[in-house]
Design a protein. Structure first.
Length: 363
């Protein structure tokens, strides 16, 4: 039974190793995915910043172009007015002044010239006198008409000179606006290049993240597919464990009960042996006490004999005979006492055997 359980445990250990390997693969893929997501987020932030920079550069370019357009419009208008005034000064105004209008009528030429008159710095009287003076024939003009035409020509010349100065003075500003636009365009191009690079890096990061996600999905699928096999292995092991547990609960419990009963008998026998040993020890103690009493009696007898001998040595020679009789009597008494003690000793020594027999009977 235990061998079967060990075999199932080995199988489960192998299954555990395979399961652990798949779980570790999932953990590694999850860690890689987390890292890839962090990288993607970082590149997304970089792209957002690049887009913001591109937007700022485009806003700067738009502002520069608007400033250039406004500034250049004034310059362009000045250039257009200058060219138109110069053309009229040597064209339509000369024709009206000389009366040589060719195929055109004086009124048609004046209508072409009239818008330009609005650009001149003319006072009201001169402006109102201009048309009659120009439409009149050279022969029909008086001094006033001639004076009006001269003032008109001077106004044309002065305005053309003024516009030339405006154009000359405005050229540095025009160049500066053109430079600002060029710089803004350069910044836009640079920002767009950074933005495109960030977009490419982000695309690569997203592709890598997608691959890691696919790896994680595959790892999870592998673990899911392996779970039935793992469950089957653990169920077989659990059945063996249940059998062993049942054996432990029933058979081993019975063995423990039997062992408890045997132990009780053994304890009873050990108690009896201990009681017998205690009785033997008490008997040995009694023997020792009896032997000690015998030795004490013998010592007393010898002491008495020694005392009598010393006393007898002190009696005068005249009493030697009498003392001899006394010594004889004393010796006889000592001998009798000694014989009596010797006769009693064997009875005391035989006590242990008797006690042992009693102990055995008691047991």
């Amino acid at each position: 039974m235990q061998a079967s359980l060990d075999a199932e445990n080995e199988k489960v250990a192998g299954s555990e190793a395979k399961k652990l390997e798949r779980e570790e693969t999932i953990q590694a893929a999850e860690a890689a995915l987390s890292k890839a997501q962090s990288v993607t987020a970082a590149h997304q932030t970089e792209l957002n910043l690049a887009c913001s920079a591109t937007q700022a550069a485009n806003a700067e370019l738009t502002q520069a172009r608007e400033a250039q357009k406004a500034g250049d419009a004034a310059q362009a208008l000045a250039q257009t007015d200058k060219e138109a005034l110069e053309s009229s000064l040597v064209g339509d105004l000369v024709k009206l002044k000389s009366g040589d209008v060719g195929d055109a009528t004086p009124d048609a030429l004046y209508q072409k010239l009239e818008p330009l008159l609005l650009k001149l710095d003319l006072d009201a009287s001169l402006r109102s006198a201009t048309k009659p003076a120009l439409l009149n024939t050279p022969e029909g003009r008086g001094l006033f008409d001639k004076k009006v035409i001269e003032e008109l020509e001077s106004s044309f010349t002065a305005k053309i000179e003024q516009l030339s100065n405006v154009l000359a003075d405005g050229q540095p500003a025009t160049d500066a606006r053109r430079a600002l636009v060029a710089e803004a365009e350069r910044k836009v191009a640079e920002a767009e290049a950074v933005q495109n690079g960030a977009a490419d890096v982000l695309a690569s990061a997203r592709a890598a993240q997608k691959e890691v996600q696919a790896t994680l999905k595959t790892a999870k699928a592998s673990l899911t597919e392996y779970k039935p096999e793992y469950r089957k292995a653990t169920e077989a092991r659990d059945q063996q464990q249940q059998q062993v547990q049942t054996f432990m609960d029933v058979s081993v419990a019975s063995f423990d009960m039997l062992n408890t009963k045997i132990s009780a008998k053994k304890k009873k026998a050990m108690a009896a042996a201990a009681a017998e040993a205690d009785a033997a020890a008490k008997a040995a103690t009694m023997v020792d006490e009896a032997a000690s009493a015998t030795e004490t009696a013998v010592a007393s007898t010898e002491e008495i004999a020694a005392t009598e001998e010393s006393e007898a040595a002190a009696i005068p020679a005249a009493e030697d005979a009498s003392r001899g009789d006394g010594m004889a009597a004393a010796n006889a008494a000592a001998k009798a006492a000694t014989e009596m003690s010797v006769e009693e000793t064997p009875k005391i020594v035989e006590a242990p055997a008797a006690l042992g027999t009693a102990a055995e009977l008691g047991a």
